[in-house]
Design a protein around this ligand. Structure first.
Ligand code: ATP
Ligand code: MG
Length: 419
């Protein structure tokens, strides 16, 4: 687990803020969920046999003997919450959630034990229009973040019945090639053979590539659903690859599954994964409700913006007050409050702790501010400030204190001049 230091936090704010903005403009609303849930919930929703549930959860017994776990993902809690709060009465819901998730994994690049997700879930719509809209929304988000080269892979898992038939074919295929399977896959052969297709072991890639295709075993309704999804993506000009080996690591998916993948982050290239889980709400004790959603890994997205040299737009419209002399130091905090009144969204930093003129200017510069407002004895006596631009070669100006707020507001509204 790691800290996000202030130098990096601005990037996180930008990535998360942009994501939430896009979600909200598509009509998604926040559902804020607890970090702890009953351990059972995850076992039921994700399957006892998944790595996450069997090996990776931070689960414990509290003082009452309740079995609790730090959430390893958000969908299970989200489904619990919509049922418990009666959010599914009669109409569809578009919801998002976000925050830290916890899995005791082998830590490596792009794989952390506390990591961050933003997830979006839609309840009560069968699609494929809503499936398509989620993919269009993700495409828009990548554009908003200036990210390129993200590959959208899609597949259809069909209905549970169609998958059961496919499962038999797949077991026959792998049984006949048992010697090519690793230990994990041999175990999965009994519990959930579809997950073998999800194996990350390169030694298995050949036997997986030649396995029978799930798409050839789809039921008619799922096939049509998938065709219609594809035709909307075609119509909208969103590129995608059909990957018949794409299965989700989780049990409750049906029909549409998708991932957004980059080649620029090493082995952990999936930045977003999702799909349809029409069976989950009912399985958790709610009314039968079609549903779909995705979760994106914010850690990986943040790193990708860094790798691709994308910067949060420079919003350093900040002002630093340089205060020379004891009178100015007294007046400084009051003046800063007046400026905050006039410029409520601007970062106004007042020099604290005194220091020489030179030292204060150094701090002003390091703060990233665009203007230093200098108040000395002369300025105080004349009720004026000397304003010195720190990021451009423009001349300094003398501005009456009574006009300073308006003067700064006008200047800061202009885009910063790069020097
Ligand atoms: P992976 O195949 O990379 O292990 P997963 O199938 O376990 O992913 P999901 O449970 O679908 O992942 O989670 C959705 C997204 O959350 C992933 O695509 C990834 O971007 C991110 N994610 C999952 N686990 C981690 C982790 N340990 N550290 C950082 N990000 C993660
Ligand atoms: Mg995983």
């Amino acid at each position: 687990m790691y800290d996000i230091v202030p130098e990096d936090a601005a990037r996180w704010h930008w990535v998360e803020g942009t994501t939430l903005e896009v979600l909200e403009t598509y009509g998604y609303r926040e559902l804020r969920l607890p970090l702890l849930e009953q351990t059972d919930l995850f076992a039921r929703a994700m399957g006892e046999s998944t790595d996450v549930v069997s090996k990776e959860m931070y689960a414990f017994e509290d003082r009452n003997g309740d079995h609790l776990a730090l959430r390893p993902e958000g969908t299970a809690g989200c489904v619990r919450a919509v049922i418990q709060n009666g959010l599914l009465q009669g109409h569809a819901r578009k919801l998002w959630y976000g925050g830290p998730m916890f899995r005791r994994e082998n830590v490596q690049r792009g794989r952390n034990r506390q990591f961050y997700q933003i997830g979006a879930e839609v309840f009560g719509l069968e699609g494929p229009d809503v499936d398509a809209e989620q993919l269009l929304m993700l495409d828009r988000l990548w554009k908003r973040l200036g990210l390129t080269g993200l590959r959208l892979e899609i597949n259809s898992l069909g209905t549970a019945e169609a998958r059961a038939r496919y499962r038999e074919t797949l077991v026959d295929y792998f049984e006949a090639r048992r010697e090519a399977l690793d230990d994990d896959s041999v175990r999965r052969l009994e519990v959930n053979p579809l997950r073998i297709l999800d194996s990350k072991n390169p030694a298995m890639s050949e036997v997986i590539a030649e396995a029978p295709s799930l798409l050839e075993h789809l039921d008619d309704a799922s096939r049509e659903h998938f065709e219609r999804l594809r035709s909307i993506l075609d119509e909208a000009g969103v590129a995608y690859h059909v990957n018949p080996r794409l299965v989700r690591g989780l049990d409750y998916y049906s029909r549409t599954v998708f991932e957004c993948i980059t080649d620029e982050l090493g082995a952990q290239g999936t930045v977003c994964a999702g799909g349809r889980y029409d069976g989950l709400v009912e399985a958790q004790g709610g009314k039968p409700t079609p549903a779909l959603g995705f979760a994106m890994g914010i850690d990986r997205l943040v790193e990708l913006t860094q790798v691709q040299g994308r910067e949060a737009p420079n919003e350093d419209a900040a002002v630093y007050l340089v205060l020379a002399g004891s009178g100015a130091q007294r007046a400084g905090l009051v003046l800063a409050e007046q400026l905050r009144e006039a410029l409520p969204r601007t970062r106004i930093e007042c020099n604290l702790g005194g220091g020489s003129f030179k030292a204060q200017f150094k701090r002003a510069d390091r703060s990233g501010a665009r203007y230093a407002v200098v108040i000395g004895e002369d300025e105080l006596a004349a009720s004026k400030a000397t304003v010195k631009p720190l990021r451009s070669t423009a001349d300094q100006a003398t501005v009456p204190l009574s006009e300073l707020g308006g003067w700064l507001r006008d200047r800061l509204a202009e885009p910063p001049v790069k020097t």
